[in-house]
Design a protein around this ligand. Structure first.
Ligand code: PLP
Length: 389
């Protein structure tokens, strides 16, 4: 029995498996298999939290925050409920609000722009480069007297050119909020994603590189005021020590149980990133010669990518999708339509050719830490089979 899942795709976030009864030889992700790989550690974390009754803002959360900050290379990390909350809270903590404009890439998950709208400001869109990240050459012409911040998004496990973004931000006195939701562990010129701008925003949505068992997120920052404000905002503006209210805040903190699970997974992250790079390299070797297939290896110096998504581009994208599905390889088309094209969102569409081409041409091959070498080789063999037809 087959379910056509394509219609469900426009609503998907990255790395989200679709509801489907197809049994894939290579599923896009296999959370049950990943659980089996580290079951004793996750079960021990669960038992500790449950037996102690450590549910809200306990030691597991602060331990995870410490370890995350150390991994990213910042002084502080503040656990939140989602990547969206990390963006929203960052903007508010940076003083962004009504009357302000914030520059965001035209190609990203909608949450990047929605956080700006929900902070009361206006997103101003800028097209991306062929590496899927904001095109620094187009940022300055989008800056007006109302511009207060830039949100570079490090998409698919690759950082934006932060040297260029930071130079523009300094010149125009703009805050930089990094949407690093897809790039934990990635680096550019020796600095990790989430450690360069005012804040780094993280999502621990289950299918991220570091995924929880429900929603989760965090901010990383070196700024003590931003860390303090985010800590208050995540819990209704209340200072938990004194009981005083300082802001109209939210209820958006990272659950203690999720923090405990994430802390377990964080210990495995360096190995998992190596594994992701090894699979990406196998794909590069196995598919690099195919005519008309663009792989996500850009060769620019200074970038250390972590391959949250292995997004390839071809003019025959829809036929490739159908062929791979029939052969048992589950792929994902992240966004078939640019988010700004949805009229209900009221965003300005000034025409963004690279974003539009990406929506037509891109497709993600399965790449995760739980896949076997045999599955990796099957993906290569099957993609090559499509090119041989
Ligand atoms: C680039 C990007 N920004 C923001 C988000 C929002 O994160 P969350 O789903 O945790 O709210 C995501 C995750 O889906 C993302 O991929």
């Amino acid at each position: 029995m087959d379910t056509d899942t394509r219609n469900q795709e426009p609503g998907t976030k990255n790395q989200e498996p679709r509801t489907s009864r197809v049994v894939y030889t290579v599923p896009f992700v296999d959370p049950g298999k990943l659980y089996a790989m580290i079951k004793p550690e996750l079960d021990a974390a669960y038992h500790e939290v449950m037996s102690k009754g450590d549910l809200i803002m306990r030691g597991q959360l602060s331990a995870f925050e410490r370890n995350l900050a150390a991994f990213v290379g910042t002084k502080y990390a503040v656990g939140l409920n989602s990547g969206y909350d990390a963006l929203h809270v960052s903007l508010i903590a940076a003083g962004i609000g009504p009357g302000n404009e914030v520059i965001v890439p035209a190609h990203t998950f909608l949450a990047t722009a929605s956080a700006v709208v929900n902070a009361g400001a206006r997103p101003v869109l800028v097209d991306v480069s062929p590496d899927f990240n904001i095109n620094p050459d187009e940022i300055e012409e989008a800056i007006t007297s109302g511009t207060k911040a830039i949100i570079p998004v490090h998409l698919n496990g690759r950082m934006s050119d932060m040297d260029a973004v930071m130079a523009i931000a300094q010149k125009h006195n703009l805050a930089v909020v990094e949407d690093a939701c897809q790039s934990l562990g990635a680096a550019f010129n020796g600095r990790r994603a989430g450690a360069v701008g005012l804040t780094g925003c993280w999502s621990f949505y289950p299918f991220k590189i570091l995924g929880g068992y429900g929603d989760g997120g965090a901010i990383t920052t070196d700024d003590p005021e931003v860390a303090r404000k985010a800590t208050l905002l995540r819990y209704n503006g209340e200072d938990r020590e004194t009981g005083e209210y300082h802001y109209h805040g939210f209820t958006c903190l990272l659950d203690n149980l999720q923090a405990a699970f994430l802390d377990v997974k964080l210990r495995h992250l360096p190995d998992w990133i190596s594994r992701r790079r090894a699979v990406a390299e196998a794909y590069r070797k196995g598919l690099g010669d195919l005519d008309g297939l663009a792989l996500p290896h850009y060769g620019a110096p200074g970038f250390e990518d972590v391959y949250q998504n292995y997004v390839v581009r071809t003019k025959r994208r829809d036929a490739l999708y159908d062929y791979l599905k029939e052969k048992g390889v589950e792929t994902l088309v992240h966004w078939r339509r640019p988010y700004y094209s949805y009229k209900a969102l009221g965003l300005e569409d000034r025409g963004y050719p690279e974003t539009e081409a990406i929506c037509r041409e891109s497709i993600s091959l399965p790449l995760n830490v739980e896949m076997s070498d045999d599955q990796q080789d099957y993906v290569i063999k099957t993609v090559r089979g499509f090119w041989r037809q």
